[in-house]
Design a binder for this molecule. Structure first.
Ligand code: 9MR
Length: 396
């Protein structure tokens, strides 16, 4: 089933109201940030009227949001360390909640579209590309001097039904995927008007036990398919930095070994792969996150292949731990700090969270339990994790 990936924002139709668009974000009236809404209208779902976006003129101070004031921004501290600090961005709150865009622009120097650059959004029917929602996020990023990580060209989830059918038929599957990659990277070419410097070309192609995952693309194109995808991407935009992205391959272990071997083979064969994304969906509690030595060793061997290493989707679940709320938040802060510190020492160049506020996180929808896995709480106030991250970035 094609999942539009916005399940957690759905609310009864009675709660749907139009909201004003954010001029500061570089959006034009009529742009739709919401994949499912009628072009020409953007909707906020289930927000109180007071959350409607209040525009303010460029160059003036953003409106005050309770609890959101901080001493030093993550992005300034990260700049000084030579690392990008990023967040995955959802389209709806960027339009509907003033604090969302304000904190995003204030704290982060990189954005990833949480959903809208996936094939189901970018090519909903054969040959008809729809870049509107993705370009709105790119425009926001550009307006705030942030870089963009493109995510993702090939995956086994969030494909449009027509592409799934083509892949299943086996006929013209390679041509369809190649056309998709070429269409997307041509739009986002680095010598064009909407450059996207880095792409997750392939997402999650290895299983938890280290085998090649049996996906629609592996079935249609055969076991050597990954090399072709990187070559097609490189042909479409020779300046794009091309990444392999996966979860559960951060520390040492069977899956990390398999990802390493895959990349070693690609590099050896001269395939244009430039980096690896370690997703870093981890948690508090025993064995819920990689140890510092394991993480450092894995990053070191990947870098020894000549690859750039990014952390691409970090969050730290609280539900995997025990203790009082304060104890769990302190443990979460320690996990964030340990991993960021290890990554900086090991030469990671970009560090992205999968969201940034607990108001919008995939974790509760996925696990069926409330959580709080991100550095800002639901009111956009910085949590202990945020302060721990700033201390690590400041070198303390
Ligand atoms: O956060 C995304 C969520 O909104 C979507 O429903 C989901 C669909 O599978 O994808 C989530 O993002 C995933 C990312 O694209 C790849 N790594 C795992 C992320 C969390 O599931």
């Amino acid at each position: 089933r094609h999942d539009n990936g916005q399940r957690m924002y759905r609310a009864p139709m009675t709660a749907v109201r139009p909201v004003r668009l954010n001029r500061r974000a570089g959006l034009t009236a009529g742009a739709s940030l919401v994949g499912l809404s009628t072009p020409g209208t953007a909707f906020a779902v289930g927000e109180p009227a007071s959350m409607n976006r209040q525009d303010h003129a460029p160059g003036t101070a953003p409106p005050h949001h309770p609890g959101s004031q901080v001493a030093s921004r993550l992005r300034d501290l990260a700049d000084a360390r030579g690392i990008r600090i990023g967040a995955a961005v959802a389209s709806r709150p960027l339009v509907a909640e003033p604090a969302y865009g304000d904190v995003l622009a204030r704290e982060f120097s990189s954005v990833t579209c949480e959903n809208v650059m996936k094939p189901g959004f970018l090519q909903p029917s054969p040959g008809r590309f729809d870049f509107q929602a993705a370009d709105a996020i790119v425009a926001f990023a550009t307006a705030h001097a942030m870089t963009i990580r493109g995510h993702t060209l090939a995956w086994h989830n969030q494909n449009p039904p027509w592409l799934e059918r083509v892949a299943a038929s086996g006929e013209n599957a390679g041509a369809a995927l190649r056309d998709h990659i070429t269409g997307v990277l041509t739009h986002y070419r680095n010598d064009g008007p909407v450059p996207v410097p880095a792409w997750d070309v392939v997402n999650e192609a290895i299983t938890d036990t280290g085998a090649l995952r049996d996906t629609l693309w592996a079935r249609a194109l055969g076991p050597g398919y990954l090399a072709d995808l990187f070559r097609w991407a490189n042909e479409a935009d020779p300046d794009a930095r091309l990444f392999y992205n996966d979860y559960g391959a951060e520390g040492m272990g069977r899956k990390a070994d398999a990802v390493y071997e895959l990349l070693r083979g690609l590099v050896q064969d001269g395939v244009p792969v430039h980096g690896v994304g370690l997703q870093m969906h981890v948690g508090i509690g025993a064995r819920q996150s990689p140890s510092r030595p394991d993480l450092a060793a894995n990053i070191a061997r990947l870098r020894a292949l000549g690859l750039e290493v990014h952390v691409t989707e970090m969050d730290v679940k609280l539900q995997t731990g025990t203790g009082t709320d304060d104890e769990r938040l302190a443990e979460q802060a320690q996990v964030y700090a340990d991993i960021l510190g290890t990554c900086i020492e090991a030469g990671v160049t970009s560090f992205t969270f999968w969201g940034f506020t607990d108001a919008h996180s995939w974790i509760p929808g996925f696990t069926g339990k409330p959580d709080g896995a991100l550095p800002f709480d639901t009111t956009y106030a910085p949590k202990p994790a945020y302060h721990a991250l700033t201390r690590v970035l400041a070198g303390g």
